[in-house]
Design a protein around this ligand. Sequence first.
Ligand code: ATP
Ligand code: FE
Ligand code: MG
Length: 349
Amino acid sequence: AIILGIETSCDETAAAVVNNRYILSNVVASQVLAHQPYGGVVPEVASRCHLETINLVIEEALNKAGLTWAELDGIGVTCAPGLVGSLLIGVMAAKTLALVHHKPLIGVHHLEGHIYASYLANPGLEPPFLCLLVSGGHTSLIHVQACGKYEILGQTRDDAAGEAFDKVARLLQLGYPGGPAMDRAAKEGNPHAFVLPEGNVSTPEGKIHPYDTSFSGLKTAMARLITKLQADKGSLPTADLAASFQATVARALTKRVIKAALDRGLGHIVIGGGVAANSELRRQLMAATTAHGLDVTFPPLALCTDNAAMIAAAGAEHYQNNQVSGVNLATHSRLALTQVNSLYSASRS
Ligand code: ATP
Ligand code: FE
Ligand code: MG
């Protein structure tokens, strides 16, 4: 199916056209500069930016794909989870266009979209497989069983991996967005310079949870270390701190991924979300999966961070499965990945 995808859940205004697992166009207007003065995403600013650019971005996506409205089979749009004021802009645009051009509307869960980036990177990929989703808002280990069928094996109890990167980058005064800046700073540093807590979580029985993580303790340890080094030495070994932090996060994630893959007998691992861009995480996962004879798919960076091609690809598969949404499609700031099928109340025919 040929699907137009629209994504406005956070700070990227994006539109794309795919033919199932093949990208025909992929346009992303980033709002990074608009939020930079505030050091983080400001919801009101995000909504206004989406409103200003959404029409242009959609038009460009269609033009780049070289298609007319008549040639589209449907419109997929992110409707959950995310900033409601941002989601609404994309969903209102999608609903209007669906009505005007008589196209089916397909609501898409943003995290299912991140999983679908792997299908775009590797069109032959078939479930079951294990997905590590590491983004600004999520750190989840997902057993992907089929389109719309997901089991969450583990997640973070507090900060998401990307959130931890952004907060620690701020402590190190590396600017916004923090993840890429940490990755760059770490290149010059020694990953063994500091020993940091690995983000373990206890079960009620007092054991270490095999798949869940907690990054707030790691963040607090970094804050203490930074204050102490600043007081003792008057300066910071920024590169060593960034490298040690990054290696610790990568180790915590890699351990859990390998354990889950072996426990569940899943031979293929895919990575999604913005933190999948991290070079140390890629290096450690590559080494560990190779050592255990597991296959791994790393989507290219442009598909790891927010984009609409992944949303269109997820929409295309639901459309093929005769799952579409009604014009009353709602937005949800939170919605569990296990609830995606609740978005499809209507049938295509
Ligand atoms: P969610 O998908 O959970 O709603 P989001 O869409 O904001 O959150 P993404 O756009 O997928 O998240 O990813 C953004 C996050 O990825 C930010 O926290 C950013 O710092 C982080 N990130 C990007 N590049 C890197 C990198 N090279 N190393 C570490 N983190 C990175
Ligand atoms: Fe995202
Ligand atoms: Mg983003």
